[in-house]
Design a protein around this ligand. Structure first.
Ligand code: DX5
Ligand code: ZN
Length: 223
């Protein structure tokens, strides 16, 4: 179980106002964001197209907290160096999009970033059991990646708990992150399940003031 004060909140900039991106970054940092989550989509691995290294680099120029970059792109290993140069601190890739996952994770770490693996809702946790030694973050998708503001797939709870157990039994220092449909209604159950990092887009940027939105996610709604 993760205590409320220990859980990290990572607002997803996908739901920010991109015409005022610098101001939005400052506002969520002042409101208590621990990381910033940036969603990179290529219109191939997922149906949507969003940002690339150029925008990550722009965010890096005004951000103080770590940049958690989530690559939803085909063959993500092609862009590891570009995102490192742009200022990414944590780089997460999807095994569904990457044939040589072990090599890609080693390359991410060798480039000086923390290596993350994001799992689509339908992906078995066995996709990562042979590469636990090479990763710093496991991100469980609780929506099908591609868009903000989707509903939380609550049937992912057994998977989240199974990964918590897998991490604990492995002895590796790996953070468990959850992405998609996270908000005050499910955050308590997630932290009780041992989640360390909560990504939230619409539950932060769609619910100003941001300070209240972030503390509501951190504290969770009383059941
Ligand atoms: C979905 C993205 C998420 C998304 C979360 O493909 O990976 O990070 O921005 O947005 P909400 O919190 O609105 O589900
Ligand atoms: Zn994401």
């Amino acid at each position: 179980m993760t205590s409320r004060s220990n859980v990290l909140i990572a607002p997803s900039l996908l739901s920010a106002d991109f015409s005022r991106l610098g101001e939005e970054v400052k506002a969520v940092e002042e409101a208590g964001a621990d990381w910033l989550h940036l969603d990179v989509m290529d219109g191939n691995f997922v149906p949507n197209i969003t940002i690339g290294p150029l925008v990550v680099e722009a965010v890096n120029r005004c951000a103080r907290v770590p940049l958690d970059v989530h690559l939803m792109i085909a063959t993500p290993e092609r862009y590891i160096k570009d995102f490192r140069s742009a200022g990414a601190d944590i780089l997460s890739i999807h095994p569904e999009a990457c044939v040589h996952l072990h090599r890609a994770l080693v390359d991410i770490r060798d480039s000086g970033m923390k290596a993350g693996v994001a799992l689509n809702p339908s992906t078995c946790i066995c996709a990562i059991e042979n590469v636990l030694a090479e990763m710093d973050v496991i991100m469980v998708m609780t929506v099908n990646p591609g868009f903000g503001g989707q509903y939380f797939i609550s049937t992912m709870f057994p998977k989240i708990r199974a990964i918590r157990k897998m991490i604990d039994e492995s002895g590796y220092d790996i953070l468990l992150e959850v992405d998609g449909g996270v908000g005050p209604k499910n955050s308590s159950e997630l932290t009780q399940a041992g989640v360390n990092v909560l990504v939230a887009g619409s539950a932060v940027f769609g619910k100003p003031p941001y300070k209240t939105a972030i503390s509501n996610i951190r504290d969770g709604e009383v059941a």
